[in-house]
Design a binder for this molecule. Structure first.
Ligand SMILES: Cc1cc2nc3c(=O)[nH]c(=O)nc-3n(C[C@H](O)[C@H](O)[C@H](O)COP(=O)(O)O)c2cc1C
Length: 330
């Protein structure tokens, strides 16, 4: 069985190992959403440390979907050049690099996004306690197109892949979750209809980037709230996402956030195992993993194909370098 340091190829993209820097908002963009020097300070040391794949933090597809005022934005063509410089700098280290594209939907606030936040239904969001304005069916095609246009820019900027954010209680997760989606039209109700908007986004992204470009999806594979999305439901959706054009599933969870308090290391491994059982594409797992031997075991035991190292990489930019040395001598 391959281990953490075994290279991985998917959709023609070759990663030097299976260590992933998962998207982590450094939240130091200009008010216009452009990368700053501080993004380079955030990504380059960690990429140089030997990470296989860097996923640049969540970047909004339209201003109405931003979560903070200093979030990265890939919402218009003027962002292609500034993002290209960041992509080039990270790629030069030998890491491969993706960007996560997102819409916060009902998880943001009017002060930040400039209008009443929008979501699938007018029910309070677990992050804010406030209810967004429910999107009309006629408003959805423009949002699908905004995701597609953002993905096209990611490709134009020279990134190796795009990741669609479908976790942590943001817009696509809001559509999939029975807690935040209580629509009675063709986009709500049974799972199949709740999955319709995320699937439309994936198909449009695939169309926009072409057949050969790697598309990843961060799937919130369980809401971890009473009455929320379950792993069984996520297992039904995952193969549909793949059919629609996803080449890699990045497994996370939590409608209210990705870091359940007091959870043991590898707390989302059971979700990854459940999703791996129903798809053939590579699966990433992230969550509380800090020990390189444990990360290696997850891969060797076939529980996931790649491992995301978040806060441990924030704490130590050389995490990958040390992991490579530790695993090489063991
Ligand atoms: C400061 C910070 C910012 C984060 N920003 C994002 C983000 O932009 N997109 C995302 O999908 N997850 C985000 N996350 C979640 C991480 O990608 C990861 O799933 C989580 O931290 C659990 O992994 P860990 O225990 O290795 O840190 C963030 C986490 C942290 C700590």
């Amino acid at each position: 069985m391959p281990g953490l340091l075994t290279p991985l190829e998917f959709k023609g993209l070759v990663l030097r190992n299976r260590i992933v820097m998962p998207p982590m908002a450094s939240d130091v963009a200009t008010p216009e959403g452009e990368p700053t020097r501080r993004h380079y300070d955030h990504y380059l040391p960690r990429a140089r440390g030997g990470v296989g794949l860097v996923i640049v933090e969540h970047s909004y597809i339209e201003v109405r979907g931003r979560l903070t005022r200093t979030q990265l934005g890939i919402h218009h063509d003027g962002m292609v050049e500034p993002f290209r410089r960041l992509a080039d700098a990270i790629r030069e280290t030998g890491a491969r690099v993706a960007v996560q594209i997102t819409h916060a939907g009902g998880a943001t606030t009017e002060e930040v996004c400039g209008t009443r936040p929008v979501g699938p239904s007018e029910v309070p969001h677990p992050r804010t306690g406030k209810a967004p304005r429910a999107l009309g069916e006629d408003e959805l095609p423009a949002l699908v197109e905004a995701f597609a246009a953002a993905a096209r820019r990611v490709r134009m900027a020279g990134f190796d892949a795009v990741e669609i954010h479908g976790a942590h209680g943001f817009l696509l997760n809001q559509f999939l979750s029975p807690l935040t989606n209580q629509r009675r039209d063709g986009y709500g109700g049974p799972l199949e209809r709740r999955a319709r908007f995320p699937l439309e986004v994936v198909r449009a992204v695939r169309q926009a980037v072409g057949p050969d470009y790697p598309v990843m999806y961060r799937l919130g594979a369980a809401d971890n709230l009473p009455g929320g999305l379950t792993l069984e439901e996520a297992q039904a959706v995952a193969p549909r996402l793949v059919e629609a054009g996803v080449d890699l599933l990045d497994i996370s969870g939590g409608l209210g956030g990705s870091r359940p308090a007091g959870a043991p290391p590898g707390y989302f491994v059971p979700l990854a195992v459940g999703i791996k059982a129903v798809v053939k594409v590579p699966v990433v797992v992230t969550g509380g993993i800090t020990d390189p031997h444990f990360a290696d075991e997850i891969v060797r035991e076939g529980k996931a194909d790649l491992v995301g190292i978040g806060r441990a990489l924030l704490a130590d930019a050389d995490w990958a370098k040390k992991a490579i040395a530790a695993l090489a001598t063991s």
